[in-house]
Design a protein around this ligand. Structure first.
Ligand SMILES: Cc1cc2nc3c(=O)[nH]c(=O)nc-3n(C[C@H](O)[C@H](O)[C@H](O)COP(=O)(O)OP(=O)(O)OC[C@H]3O[C@@H](n4cnc5c(N)ncnc54)[C@H](O)[C@@H]3O)c2cc1C
Length: 469
């Protein structure tokens, strides 16, 4: 039996967009409570040709969670945390990611993927979007950590998929060369069945339950913010730290994250917190304390920072309560300053999610800095994945910013990079994906989609343009 279809506009009204602000429309909302409910709904919608969109925390920045007609499927009832063991933990797809991680850490174990949105986004969607975060520099994106999924196919078949399970021989699987950078753009060439449901943005199945792999919780973590006179010195430090970490992931200089803030970001923080005179850029870094001990880490970091001209006396080192608070104060002051500017400008910011090979990062940063409208640049510099935030204040500037973003995407592709390193394609970056992969590869995505979802009902409009197939 189908769960009740809710059509009350006051309920639907709150679910018609996501963090992208793209406007959407929907005819109803269903709230399944089990995989069998999901299967009944999908079978019905497949035969009636009704589009269905799973909706969770709606933090998608790309319109992925914005419905384009049809039914919304709330995943909120899948909210049970299951068994947390030494090597594995399981939970329903609708569990908040941050709460799941806290429950795991309370047992002394660790699930590393850390999108900034982890307290507002769900485990199931983080798998569907292959989310990543600052710690991905060390631990990779979500895909690497997923061990098992319960998935309902768009035709209503329930699959329990384990890592390594083979793909049915008659499924037309996309084969293409992804760029050799952190990427969340398009259907990744799958190594096994599980991969088809990680990072395909919910277009190939509805995830109801997730099992992940766990690792050791670090005994302690040192956090720091280091200020540099300019971008060049910060970048030179990053190159050394990146190489050292890749050479010896447990060494004295082996950051788990390297995050960049440009001069514009520091300007946005001024007034909320103290930014040292002469600071032209900053890095936020974390170092897990390894067997060599905290003192060996601090010595190695000090040596490398000094060698690259960091403003060493102004470095904020978080080893105790007050210094941790100062570090967090600065980290929070930057997005708060940016948001205030967005509100003042009365226009949406336009944020990029491009990543390029490490060797191409300086070229990409030149282009970011040449942006024709006000902007700030920050992000995951360890992975050569920075977010340029363009802050237009007039409709003309908004158009110029959008055109500039298109140019940057083309340049990232030409440099061997990706049009999305973590936020996915959704409905807003379909053109960029087409430029990146070309028509033939897109056609191979469509063939797989058609095989699993003959009437194109699930996640319609996400990843590629798609009416009834
Ligand atoms: C402030 C902010 C910071 C962010 N930081 C990061 C970051 O650091 N790294 C990062 O990778 N992303 C980040 N994001 C993007 C976003 O948070 C992630 O993609 C997140 O995984 C989406 O989770 P959600 O629960 O909000 O899903 P939603 O936005 O509701 O849905 C996202 C997509 O997943 C599909 N979906 C949802 N649940 C399921 C399911 N159970 N089965 C199948 N498909 C499903 C939806 O249909 C939709 O297409 C950020 C977003 C914001 C607003």
């Amino acid at each position: 039996m189908l769960p009740q279809l809710i059509t009350d506009p006051s309920v639907l009204g709150g679910l018609l967009t996501d963090a992208s602000n793209l406007p959407g429309r929907a005819d109803g909302l269903v709230r399944p409570r089990s995989a069998e409910d999901v299967a009944d709904i999908l079978r019905h919608c497949q035969s009636a040709g009704i589009p269905v969109l799973p909706t969770a925390g709606r933090t998608s920045t790309t319109g992925g969670a914005t419905p384009d007609g049809g039914w919304l499927m709330s995943m909120a009832a899948f909210d049970a945390v299951g068994e947390i063991g030494h090597d594995r933990a399981s939970a329903g797809a609708g569990v908040w990611l941050g709460a799941f991680q806290s429950a795991i850490e309370a047992t002394g174990r660790f699930y590393p993927p850390d999108p900034t949105s982890r307290n507002e986004c769900t485990l199931g969607a983080s798998v569907a979007c292959n989310a990543s975060g600052a710690r991905s520099f060390r631990y990779g994106a979500t895909r690497r950590w997923v061990e098992g999924l319960r998935v309902v196919l768009p035709t209503g078949e329930i699959l329990d998929v384990r890592r390594g399970d083979p793909i049915p021989a008659d499924w037309p699987v996309p084969r293409w060369h992804e760029p050799a950078v952190k990427t969340a753009a398009g259907y990744a060439p799958p190594a096994s069945l599980l991969d088809l449901f990680v990072g395909t943005e919910g277009t190939l199945g509805v995830i109801t339950d997730v099992t992940v792999r766990l690792t050791d919780l670090p005994s302690d973590v040192i956090g720091l913010i280091a200020f540099f006179p300019d971008r060049a010195s910060a970048l030179a430090f990053v190159e050394q730290a990146r190489d050292a970490s890749r050479g010896d992931p447990r060494g004295a200089l082996s950051p788990r994250c390297l995050e960049y803030f440009d001069r514009g970001c520091l300007g946005m923080a001024e007034g909320r917190t103290t930014v040292p005179d002469g600071a032209g850029a900053a890095l936020f870094c974390e170092q897990e304390v390894e067997a060599c001990g905290a003192d060996a880490h601090l010595e190695a970091w000090l040596e490398a920072l000094t060698a690259h001209g960091a403003l060493v006396d102004d470095t904020i080192l978080a080893t105790d309560g007050p210094s941790r608070s100062r570090l967090l104060e600065l980290r929070h002051a930057i997005p708060a300053g940016i948001n205030e500017r967005v509100v003042r400008n009365g226009m949406r910011k336009i944020g990029t999610d491009l990543a390029v090979p490490d060797a191409a990062l300086p070229r990409m940063m030149d282009l970011y800095e040449a942006s024709p409208v006000e902007h700030v640049l920050f992000g995951h510099i360890g992975d050569s994945h920075l977010h340029l935030n363009l802050l237009p204040s007039t409709p003309e500037e908004a158009q110029r910013a959008k055109d500039w973003y298109d140019q940057l995407a083309r340049e990232a592709i030409a440099l061997g990079g990706t049009v999305s390193a973590e936020h996915g394609i959704g409905k807003l970056k379909r053109d960029h994906l087409r430029w990146m992969v070309g028509e033939e590869v897109l056609a191979s995505f469509r063939s797989l989609k058609r095989r699993l979802d003959p009437n194109g009902i699930l996640g319609r409009g996400n990843v590629f343009e798609q009416g009834p197939l």
